[in-house]
Design a protein around this ligand. Structure first.
Ligand code: C2E
Ligand code: MG
Ligand code: MG
Length: 945
């Protein structure tokens, strides 16, 4: 054998199979028995012919007359007949047993015939070929059956030795040529034999390869290529084997799997599936457990294990193992599991058993991520259950639907898919019972099938339906409406809402597969929950939705990791005193610096974090980062300089925000009035909770600002209910400042705010006009690109805004200056006067500190003064050479010296006017004094302001 292996190697015969392989041995054995039978038969015939031909056996004409020729023929015949019977018996054995006996029978058969071959010399007549029968018998024995090298050598030895003995014993000498002929015969037979052996082994090799391929093919047809788990095909095959056994069945679903796919791509999603499947196989490696890939991300375990505790323990262990997956990115994988136990008596009941586990899975999924639900003890009448399920059971599974989708070659066609979901089905089930719930689902399916006779319909996750067909979009929508209307009337006591998400694919667009189409429609259907966004619970998936979804999915998967990696950083935007021009505070705005995407704006993550109820995590982390900055740069954040930090309204629902804030502020020893909080106005509509939080924050000494004022619904009631530090007027108000109606509204809001003791910040100030109006109206602070965009701390520290800081005293002075209302009652009265020329009365706020500045003025005043003032560094300054400048300074001086308000005549824009300067406020050291200037063309006595 070693020799043949060696030759095999040298000659590169391509035989990889060993002769000891049981299958090879069996074939070898079988073919030898067959050929031995054939050889035995031939020898019997040969000897019989010989026997008949020897009419005078003892005639002296025989070459070796010592032995009777008839006897030799009879002997050959007899021996081979016995072998024939034994071999035939052996061959008929079913199944064929390879045994020592069989092997021995075969070799004894060959060896005996090799011995007999030498006796054929006795049968040769004088004059005929001396060797003829010897050669015939020897070659039949050599060549008919397969033999290996050792057997061959053995046979050759037996044959040659017996020939020598026979010839020697009767003193016959062979001519040396005859002897070489005999040797040559053996060598020839040996070589041919060897070739036959190779041919045999090659054919065995081929056979083995074919077998292997067949096995592989069979294995493949049962195995899911991606996960290595058994596939649905295998499940179908295994049904027969599984029925009538007590089975534990568990369905596993990867939470938010679609989002993994969307965020990291399908390859990564596949990796995760493989990882989870690998863990599943590791945990359920017992022969009693079978693991299948049931659907896209649904895995099924069917176990015949009677020990339910062991099964449950394995489920828990499996669920735990999958928590962290790290390859390119670390992601948290959670698994929802539903399980059930029962004895199915038919394939249908086994399907029902899986359905029940699916129901539990659905419950698990609806109560959050990573839940496990089920029962090992509950008994459900399976027969009844299957009957109830009947219609729904006839619907296609997701896999089957995908198959039809492929068969119809929809990838390149126009098709429409709807995802339908019964609103609050769990509640409906609880209210009317399981049976009624099923009834409703059946009726809905009937209604769908009635309106869409050509559609493929899938019942998914209990109360969800997926259907697709190639009908035109308008027709499709019309029919969905019909189904919605019919469903609404199914239950007399309450209207059933069937939410619909629709996805339409155009043949001209890039191909979209069934699952993607389904998830798209599902997304639309989930959004359709919001009546304000949907058209009567129907939404069509569009490009905008797609973009939203990609963003949402990104946030969903990357947020925690980004938070841990410190990718959220504070940017600071200065809040500048509208009249002082000095920095009064900053708003800290978060920025997400993603290593790949770069800077991500809060509008692209805050709304999703709020939706996920995760904004609190960011806000608390962010507050901590801001506190660190404030602590580190204590010299900057002093003397009333504040830093505003945003809070999302969802924060309050998750954690005790005031307590958390206190903890962080104390940790960094930041004074309580430095960090102030902005809460968006719309939050103020949620009165009860917000009231508690705002009151608590106030009691703890924090200041709260109402953000984005004017866009929400609560505006005025918020003023009424809350005493806030201030109001941030939404930037949308400044889009068109020249609009008279806008001006009136803003003026009123400012007055309202000042009157209720709040301050105002104007957000989104981008140009000089907006700035001037904000000042005119008395808004205290300005925040906007006009001054600066939000910048990182190091940039801020280098900017003039970190130098030109206000202090509490200055701020106080300017608060007064802003508080003054410029439009007096007289302004209003004027509208009702019937005189030809309306009377003029206008007001301004002036500051004298070195230069004479016009801080605020109404439109009329600006009109009158415009020739006398110029702008420098966003400030309006009186020209030194303008006569009014001297007049005003004189009036101010006289006011100081006498303490009396002085009036003066003045002509501006060719109008003769009376002016009056009065004192408003100022710093105690007189380095800054704020005055009010009033001008009028009243001829009568001046009406005081
Ligand atoms: P917000 O609190 O109203 O912040 C003001 C927004 O207006 C900022 O947008 C700011 O960059 C922008 N802005 C400032 N001046 C101008 C201007 O002159 N023109 C224009 N067009 N925009 C201006 P940003 O930083 O993109 O923030 C958007 C919103 O995201 C913020 O609105 C705030 O509600 C929210 N936000 C930002 N950071 C956080 C945070 O850490 N936590 C929470 N809960 N929300 C945050
Ligand atoms: Mg804000
Ligand atoms: Mg705002």
């Amino acid at each position: 054998m070693k020799l043949s292996k060696y030759l095999n190697k040298i000659l590169d015969l391509g035989i990889n199979i060993s002769a000891k392989d049981p299958r090879v041995r069996e074939d070898f054995y079988r073919s030898n028995l067959f050929f031995s039978l054939a050889a035995g038969l031939l020898l019997c015939i040969l000897s019989l012919i010989g026997l008949l031909g020897t009419d005078d056996p003892l005639e002296a004409g025989f070459i070796v007359p010592e032995i009777n020729a008839s006897f030799v023929y009879a002997l050959i015949f007899g021996v081979n007949l016995v072998f024939l019977i034994l071999i035939h018996k052996k061959r008929r054995q079913v199944p064929l047993k390879i045994s020592k006996y069989g092997d021995n029978l075969f070799s004894v058969f060959l060896e005996s015939n090799m011995l007999l071959a030498s006796l054929t010399f006795f049968t040769t007549e004088k004059g005929s070929s001396f060797f003829f029968e010897y050669i015939l018998v020897t070659s039949i024995i050599y060549l008919v059956p397969n033999s290996d090298l050792w057997l061959f050598l053995r046979l050759a030895c037996i044959n040659l030795i017996s020939v020598v003995i026979v010839l020697n014993s009767f003193h016959r000498e062979l001519a040396w040529q005859d002897f070489t002929d005999i040797i040559f015969l053996h060598i020839m037979c040996g070589i041919v034999n060897w070739f036959r052996w190779i041919a045999f082994m090659q054919s065995e090799n081929q056979k083995a390869l074919l077998e292997q391929k067949k096995d592989e093919f069979y294995g493949k047809s049962r195995t899911d290529e991606l996960t290595g788990l058994l596939n649905r095909n295998a499940l179908r095959e295994d049904f027969d084997r599984l029925v009538h056994h007590t089975l534990c069945v568990a369905l596993v679903d990867l939470d938010s799997f679609k989002q993994f796919n969307d965020t990291f791509g399908h390859a990564y999603g596949d990796d995760i599936l493989q990882f989870v499947s690998h863990n599943l196989r590791d945990t359920f490696h017992d022969q009693r457990d079978q693991c299948y890939r049931y659907g896209g991300d649904e895995l099924l375990i069917i176990s015949t294990d009677h020990n339910v505790e062991r099964f449950y323990k394995k489920l828990k262990q499996f669920q735990k193992q999958n928590y962290d997956y790290k390859k390119q990115e670390e992601v948290h994988i959670t698994l929802s599991i539903g399980y059930f136990r029962g004895i199915p008596n038919s394939e249908k009941e086994l399907r029902a058993l899986i359905k029940i586990a699916d129901r539990y899975l659905y419950q698990a999924k609806s109560s959050g991520k990573g839940q496990i639900y089920g029962s090992f003890t509950e008994t459900i009448d399976m027969q009844e259950f299957t009957e109830q399920m009947s219609i729904l059971e006839t619907l296609k599974s997701m896999d089957e639907a995908a198959e039809v989708f492929g068969q119809r070659k929809l990838l390149q066609k126009d098709w429409t898919l709807a995802y339908l979901d019964v609103n609050r089905f769990a509640e409906l089930n609880a209210e009317f019972g399981y049976r009624e719930g099923q009834n409703i689902l059946e009726q809905i399916s009937r209604s769908i099938l009635k309106h869409f006779p050509n559609a493929v319909l899938v019942n998914r996750e209990v109360d969800h339906f997926v259907l697709f067909c190639e009908c035109p979009m308008d027709h499709f929508i019309k029919n969905i409406r019909e189904v919605q209307i019919e469903s609404a009337d199914l239950e007399s006591q309450l209207a059933i809402v069937l939410r619909a998400g629709i996805y339409h694919h155009n043949a001209a667009d890039a191909p979209v597969d069934f699952l993607t189409g389904m998830y798209n429609a599902k997304y639309a259907s989930d959004l359709a929950r919001d009546v304000t966004k949907s058209d009567k619970y129907l939404l069509i998936y569009d490009e905008a939705m797609h973009e939203e979804r990609v963003k949402e999915s990104f946030v969903h998967h990357k947020f925690h990791q980004a938070l841990e990696a410190g990718q959220f950083v504070p940017y600071y935007q200065p809040i500048v005193g509208s009249l002082s021009g000095t920095t009064c505070g900053f708003e800290a705005l978060s920025r997400w610096i993603d290593p790949e995407k770069g800077l991500i704006s809060p509008n692209d993550y805050i709304p999703y974090l709020e939706k996920m109820n995760e904004a609190y995590a960011l806000d608390l982390y962010f507050l901590e980062r801001v506190c660190q900055d404030v602590y580190k740069h204590r010299e900057l954040f002093r003397d009333g300089i504040f830093v505003n930090v945003n809070l999302s309204q969802t924060d309050f629902e998750i954690v005790n925000i005031p307590e958390e804030i206190d903890r962080i502020i104390k940790k960094y020893q930041v004074p309580k009035d430095v960090i102030q909080f902005e809460i968006t106005e719309s939050a103020f509509a949620n009165t009860k909770l917000l009231h508690q939080v705002v009151t608590d924050l106030k009691n703890r000494g924090y200041k709260v600002w109402m953000d984005d004022f004017g866009v929400g619904e609560s505006s005025l009631s918020a003023f009424h209910n809350y005493q806030v530090q201030g109001v941030k007027l939404d930037q949308s108000f400044f889009a068109d400042v020249t609009n008279k109606r806008t001006q009136i509204i803003i003026r009123s809001i400012v007055d309202l705010s000042h009157d209720t003791g709040s301050m105002m910040i104007a957000e989104g100030i981008e140009n000089q006009d907006q700035l001037w109006f904000a000042r005119q109206w008395g808004i205290n602070y300005i925040q906007g690109f006009y001054y600066s965009r939000p910048v990182p701390l190091d940039e801020l520290l280098k900017s003039p805004f970190a130098e030109n800081l206000t202090n509490e005293h200055i701020d106080y002075v300017y608060q007064h200056a802003a508080d003054l209302s410029l439009h007096s009652a007289i302004n209003m009265q004027r509208l009702h006067l019937t005189v030809e020329k309306p009377l003029l009365y206008c007001k301004a706020v002036l500051e004298l500190s070195g230069e004479l500045y016009l801080l605020r003025a109404d439109d009329e005043m600006v009109d009158l003064l415009k020739e006398n003032i110029y702008t420098e560094n966003s400030k309006l300054i009186f020209r030194k050479d303008a006569p009014i400048t001297a007049v005003l300074k004189d009036a101010m001086r006289s006011l100081h010296s006498t303490g009396n308000i002085t009036e003066f005549p003045i002509t501006l824009a060719q109008i003769r006017l009376r002016g009056r300067v009065s004192y408003l406020t100022g710093l105690p050291d007189h380095s800054k004094i704020i005055y009010v200037l009033e001008l009028s063309d009243f001829q009568m006595h001046f009406i005081p302001a």
